[in-house]
Design a protein around this ligand. Sequence first.
Ligand code: GLC
Length: 668
Amino acid sequence: MHAERGPLLRPILLVLVASSLALVALAANGAGAQQRTADAPPYLDQARPIAERVDDLLGRMSLDDKLGQMTLVDRSALGNQADVTTYRLGAVFNGGSSAPSPNHASSWADTIDSLQRSAEDTPLRIPLLYGVNAVHGHNGLWGATIFPHNIGLGASGDPELVAAISRATAEEMAGTGANWNFAPCLCVARDDRWGRTYESFGETPELVASMASAISGYQDGTPAVLATAKHYLGDGGTTGGVDQGDAALSEAELRAVHLPPFAAAVQRDVGSVMLSFSSWNGARLHAHRYLITDVLKDELAFRGFVVSDWAAVDRIDGASGLTAAEVRSAINAGLDMVMVPYDFRTFLGLLRTEVRAGRIPLQRIDDANRRILTQKFELGLFEQRQTDRRWTPTVGDAAHRDLARRAVRESIVLLRNDGGVLPLPRHAGKLFVAGRAADDIGIQSGGWTMSWQGGIGDITPGTTVLEAVRATVSPDTTVTYQRDGYGIDSSYRAAIAVVGETPYAEGRGDRRGTMSLDPADRAVLERLRAAGVPVVVVLISGRPLDIAAEVAQWDGLLAAWLPGTEGQGVADVLFGDHNPTGRLPLTWMADAAQQPINHGDGQEPLWPYGFGLNYPTDTVPAQTAPAQTVPAQNIPADTIPIGMAPGGADGGQPSSGNTFAASSSIAR
Ligand code: GLC
């Protein structure tokens, strides 16, 4: 370029040159990108249809690549992270108690991103699924928002709320790199003695099926995480409510009660289904070809993949230790991915031997891989391999905690309100708070919180019920807390007793004997009652308890279930900022001897399925007055009008109760 062409021309020429260079660069880059796309194998080209990408990838995979994709390993089992690369592992997870350390969002993301890099070091660079049990928020993560457990969400009767909670949970998960949630549990809890009752949305297939909305919250939208409908099939229907027991049911009852939630999950295109430890009429679900392949995959047209539960394949023959026969029967029944979770070398050895011997057809292996890879492509894992840290700040953020507080409010069921003791006034003079659950985040959150079994005490940030009461009353109101109720006297306006169950999970929560309150709780309640002041009980529990003998001595009773970190939602109801709208998702026994007790079984409960009282509308701010009739949770038309429940020691105002008329859907 000749600069002598004059001062004015020079700037114009420089611009022209710069523009030309930019155009050349763009073209080159474009060509380069096209070249890269042209060079990249079809399965890495996101412009191609997913089915095409799956076919191309499958065609490139060795047998070891394929078997690795069918292997799900607990992170703590990876002595050497390079095992992800060496064994071509397709999925890693952390169980209830193997969270990354230190336990905060960025170290979770660093840990999972590092594992993804190990997966990327393989010839085909297939990204990992990383699974968690975020069953009521990202509950293994310190500082995450902990929402009410499912039983409380069932009491809310609000599928849209459940979808919003799942969306919030997906955001907090995505902020840590976790892309697969072993949730929702779509079990139908038919016997309250079952330790997993609180993981259920309720006792009817209609109510539970409506909450499959959780799947849309997890999978539809940005960020998306893979959802898991669990545990297929009949885990909530075992005899005696024994966890991992046997569901002795006719096929008609199994289909009528336990299958509809999974049909709803498939209609919402759930990406994975987890099998149940339990059996049906003596046959283990993990080897049940009829239910897995014929019913779930063929009849319901489930196109995702089926994953086993924790070391459940080992238990098919009833003895511990994985055998070739167990691997063969599970995979040939239609299981696609095995949650080993530890000894993956033995599992892979057995699987490889069975395939090479022709006892597991290669077609079955290819079908499993096709299902797994389709989900990975649809999740966009090949494009977004590392944590999108834009979501990390959502962990425990104000918006999520507000949503959780709303869920707590909507989950609470008012069961008794004698003499209109509730709502309590903010200007209450002196209030007394007692009970071991009053000031304990761990107890109010329940199992699956910070660890598998949950814990007692200040296990993660949140607001206890006591803190919420103190934050709600007027400055001139005195709130005295004494855990055991000592010091109560007649000078107090009322006593609030927060009592119930301490955390548990799975079989450790099975009730084999009494379903009553613990003696310590009963002693506290007796101490409060003896003082002659009104006693309001806030029950923190994963299920109905056997309280018929005591409830008449209480003036008020709120079933708060397992509310999670946002105890302020309990105070919102106690002081009338929210008129209780919750309705029982489970029939409340009049006696433990009635178990199992369910709607329509002819037994007379203390309170029926769907029961719940409201405050008289003149006692709460107009804006929270509830709809007069809570549309049914598909309660059959013959349901007894609420307030007239036989044995209803509700002390409530029948006129303020809600009558459930038959309705085809849940609405709020
Ligand atoms: C457990 C549970 C299952 C959970 C899995 C992984 O035993 O049955 O719900 O997702 O193990 O932690």
